[in-house]
Ligand binder design. Structure first.
Ligand code: HEM
Length: 450
């Protein structure tokens, strides 16, 4: 890749300042305009899109910019193996990495499956899960809202859409955390267990279909094979987890540290959905999204992009672009522009679960405010530590204190556990004994914990 003038290449890894990267995006924009050359690791280069309109244009144009990372020149020259666990530019046989007709074929069962989810019943399930998580720490008067709440909650909700009891969700959350953890050997084992989990889930649903997302994807007219459905279910798990966790975490951090926002919210001037939009503008849970691959030589801003170059979607930078960034409203301190943020993507790959994820985050935040009286940060705001990733923008921990309380009062009309996606019990019954590979996987996981 080349650039019109001599440039200094910014290395994205290993440069997370405690105060976050907002200053970095501004400096890069000053030096390079709307597109900056960056290094993902030594010698591995990409273009970072900083401008709002440039990000939007690339997201929307799949003819010039492919989602299929196998087109990346680093892969074509074998410098990078796209099948490796590299989180940045890996490739998997799922909708996220497909273009055109193949993308439509793989995406349609996901979109149509999610459209069948009963949102009212799922809202009750989200609240039940939120209450049970709060119950586990409410008597202590202190908690880490990331590890004890925001992290497990999304995976438990998505697991409920598969019609499985929560115990499977805890296993999946644990395996996903191990994949992202620092122990490479355990991480590799977890990757293969997750693959096993989804293959076995599909096998179970083929045998005993029910009112759940996997059964709906299996019966979809697109006619995906069992293996393809397993890969799309794994995509749903991966795509839903961290972004939702950090949207909840970042929203709680905003409420706990920004008195203007907190007052506006408690005075009902800033309803929870507008609060979420404000956080997605100012504290986007995903600051960079990898990636699009240029299919032709093209020029954006000052950058001469070559076919095969990788472009990184810069959400956080786009949201700070002076071209769209309006002054904060004087009274509430809320970023204006509200829903025009790019946080759910745009174009053919735009998030198919926008409303579901907003609902999960809104209920999660509301439940904490209703249940935890006198909630405060347990450390000074500047002591909060960020996840050391150029892609995710979220906290490692969010320690809080509050007045110790009691368990939630049981709700009437609550969705039963395990919840089918329409709020009915899964076909296998509450905790009934199963004798299949999925059950054996669960027993293996229980064995590790005892
Ligand atoms: C706050 C939470 C979430 C955010 C910010 C978010 C954001 C996004 C974004 C930006 C994309 C586009 C990726 C790209 O263009 O390369 C995407 C895709 C996707 N998201 Fe979400 N997402 C969230 C939650 C969820 C949830 C809860 C689910 C499922 C239950 C989900 C399922 C998916 C899937 C399947 C795709 C791939 C679509 C495709 O490639 O056609 N997401 N999401």
């Amino acid at each position: 890749m080349t650039n019109a003038r001599p440039v200094e290449i910014t290395r994205l890894y290993g440069t997370t300042p405690d105060a976050g990267r907002d200053g970095l995006w501004d400096t890069l924009r000053e030096h390079h305009g709307p597109v900056a050359p960056v290094e993902l690791e030594t010698g591995v280069r990409a273009w970072l899109l900083l401008g709002y309109h440039e990000n939007l244009a690339v997201l929307q144009n799949q003819h010039l910019f492919s989602r299929d990372t196998r087109h990346w020149s680093e892969v074509a020259t074998s410098r990078v193996d796209p099948a490796s666990a590299r989180p940045t530019l890996s490739w998997r046989p799922n909708a996220l990495y497909a273009d055109g007709a193949e993308h439509a074929r793989l995406r349609s069962p996901i979109v149509d499956g999610l459209a069948r989810v009963d949102m009212s019943a799922t809202a009750l399930t989200v609240r039940r899960i939120a209450d049970e998580l709060v119950d586990s720490f409410v008597a202590d008067g202190s908690a880490d809202l990331v590890s004890e709440y925001a992290d497990p909650l999304p995976v438990l909700v998505v697991n409920s859409l598969y019609g499985l009891p929560d115990s499977y969700g805890y296993m999946l959350g644990d395996l996903t955390a191990t994949v992202l953890g620092e122990d490479a050997r355990r991480g590799e084992e977890a990757v293969s267990r997750i693959h096993q989990y989804f293959s076995e889930l599909v096998a179970r649903k083929r045998e005993r279909p029910g009112p759940d997302l996997v059964s709906w994807m299996l019966e979809h007219p697109a006619g995906l094979s069992g293996d393809e459905v397993a890969h799309q279910a794994a995509l749903i798990n991966n795509a839903s987890h961290q972004a939702t966790t950090h949207l909840i975490g970042n929203t709680m951090r905003t409420l706990l540290t920004d008195a203007n926002i907190r007052t506006a919210h408690t005075d009902a001037l800033l309803p929870v959905h507008e609060l979420l939009d404000h956080v997605m503008w100012t504290d986007a849970p995903c600051q960079i999204l990898p990636a699009r691959i240029a299919l032709q030589d093209t020029r954006i801003g000052n950058a001469e992009i070559r076919a095969g170059d990788a472009l990184l979607i810069g959400f956080a930078a786009a949201h700070r672009d002076p071209a769209v960034r309006c002054d904060r409203d004087g009274y509430t301190g809320v970023s204006s522009g509200r829903r025009a943020h790019l946080m759910f993507g745009a174009g053919p790959h735009a998030c198919p679960a926008r409303e579901l994820s907003r609902m999960i985050a809104a209920i999660a935040v509301t439940a904490l405010q209703e249940r935890l009286v006198g909630m405060r940060l347990a450390v000074a705001p500047e002591e909060l530590r960020w996840v050391p990733s150029p892609f995710v923008r979220g906290l490692r921990e969010l320690p809080i204190t509050f007045a110790p309380g009691g368990p939630a009062a049981p709700e009437t009309g609550e969705a039963p556990e395990p919840g089918g996606a329409d709020g009915t019990p899964g076909p296998e019954g509450a905790d009934g004994p199963e004798d299949d590979l999925l059950e054996r996987l669960l027993n293996w996981w229980h064995g590790l914990r005892t």
